[in-house]
Design a protein around this ligand. Sequence first.
Ligand SMILES: [Zn+2]
Length: 181
Amino acid sequence: MYRSPIKHCRNCGAAVAYRVPDDGDTRERAVCPACGTIHYENPLNVVGTVPHWGDKVLLCKRNIEPRWGKWTLPAGFMELNETTAQGAARETDEEAGAQFEMEDLFSVMNVERVGQVHLYYRARLLSEQFHPGHETIEARLFTEAEIPWDDLAFRTVKETLACYFSDRRQGAYGIHVIDVA
Ligand SMILES: [Zn+2]
């Protein structure tokens, strides 16, 4: 999911050069030598949910790369013109076809290495019937003991699930801010 460097100007199509702009900036940017446009690259948001049903959590088996065949919480890149909660709900609908009620923000994870911030909300499932979309091979519920810890797609999913079951045992849910190496 790491982004490749910008090669061409989004404004005029000329080849860009990476250099520190002359406007007092301190970082290298993709600068267009033809029209002067500076292309800023900033972290992307990934939004998702922890859908729960009793003592179980819903996981989806990925039908897409990367990590095909691995298990994940429903999540994906936030789109323009939606809030973080709307994006998380959309991804849950698309990937799991679940019926649910959105709850509070649960985890915020900085994934500096790939320039992403992941946000997960808790979501209360209203039914055990799932209708997964094409990105998902299978959607099913897991108790804590059944979670396939070694077959989870991403470190962020593992961290979020560990926090979720820990909070659940203590009977209170917080907001967890985690820096993922
Ligand atoms: Zn240009």
